[in-house]
Design a protein around this ligand. Structure first.
Ligand SMILES: CC(C)(COP(=O)(O)OP(=O)(O)OC[C@H]1O[C@@H](n2cnc3c(N)ncnc32)[C@H](O)[C@@H]1OP(=O)(O)O)[C@@H](O)C(=O)NCCC(=O)NCCS
Length: 183
């Protein structure tokens, strides 16, 4: 059952340099038992922090009773077709410490990151993730928009969110990730 104390008291804020070590350990633990993971998300985040695609205010932690228990990162990507290139964001990764999962903290991180991205004028967010989790936040299959990820992945796991209504009007193409993703 969801522990509403966690959800009510978790504070989402921008990550600072002091959080880097804790976030590294958090990512290591959160992905340790995920079958689809290559267990290297903590290194990906370290690379992305130094990347041109990094936006400090879209690197956020969830803090509960002065402990960092969750993390989310949105980085800049492009959606490109033969004529045009559109700015967008990739959500990767989002993670909550195993003992705090299932209490709404992941949901809080996701919705706060959406708010921040919308306030900055971004129109959309792309992700590769669980088909049962992300649709509740408004994510739809990228195939509905003619958007492709640059690698083979099950169609139901490739998702995109319009941050503003009509934000993906006229947008189609293939996602170009920051080179630090190595895809
Ligand atoms: C996915 C994750 C961030 C969700 O955070 P959370 O705080 O547990 O999520 P919430 O409490 O807001 O939502 C709970 C929902 O997440 C689902 N969920 C929890 N853990 C999950 C996991 N490891 N994988 C997929 N879904 C998960 C639950 O089934 C629950 O769904 P339900 O409401 O239909 O029962 C967290 O479980 C996690 O860190 N998982 C390991 C890392 C990971 O897989 N990250 C996502 C890929 S980038």
């Amino acid at each position: 059952m969801e522990n509403s104390y966690y959800k009510m008291n978790a504070k989402i804020r921008q990550e600072t340099q002091n959080d880097h070590k804790v976030v590294f350990e958090l990512l290591k633990q959160a992905f340790a038992n995920e079958a689809y993971s290559d267990h290297s998300e903590q290194f990906l985040v370290e690379r992305l922090r130094k990347s041109e695609a990094f936006i400090p205010s879209l690197s956020m932690v969830a803090e509960l009773d002065n402990r960092v228990v969750g993390y989310i990162l949105l980085t800049k990507i492009q959606i490109k077709n033969e004529q045009e290139s559109f700015d967008s964001l990739a959500l990767a990764p989002v993670a909550v410490l195993p003992e705090y999962q299932g209490n709404g903290i992941g949901g809080l991180l996701i919705t706060e990151a959406h708010e921040q991205a919308r306030a900055m004028g971004f129109q959309s967010i792309v992700l590769l993730g669980h088909q049962h989790y992300y649709p509740r936040f408004g994510y739809k299959p990228t195939s509905e928009y003619g958007i492709k990820l640059p690698f083979e992945a099950p169609e139901e796991n490739c998702m995109v969110l319009e941050l503003l209504e009509g934000g993906l009007n006229g947008v189609s193409g293939t996602v170009v990730y920051a080179k630090e993703f190595g895809v």
